[in-house]
Write a protein that binds this ligand. Structure first.
Ligand SMILES: [Zn+2]
Length: 80
């Protein structure tokens, strides 16, 4: 997957390094303020702040993000 690495940073929950962003179909994307992020290691949900850093979500998690969380949880063999 060819994804941008400009915002490489640690997950705010588990600390694992997150080194790429992609939209739901896997296409590369540069995150904007308020864009959502789901950690593929621990399932933590974050939003990108104006500084490009992942923050605790300040908005209600949209349904489509909830589905991503569910898929990750199922892939990891745990229930969300
Ligand atoms: Zn994490």
């Amino acid at each position: 997957m060819n994804t941008p690495h400009a915002h490489k940073q640690a997950c705010r929950v588990c600390g694992r390094m997150l080194d790429a962003q992609a939209e739901q179909r896997g296409l590369p994307v540069a995150p904007k303020v308020g864009d959502w992020s789901v950690c593929l290691y621990c399932g933590a949900v974050s939003q990108f702040g104006g500084d490009g850093i992942l923050k605790r979500p300040w908005e209600r998690v949209p349904e489509e993000v909830g589905r991503v969380i569910q898929v990750i949880a199922e892939a990891k063999g745990v229930s969300a």
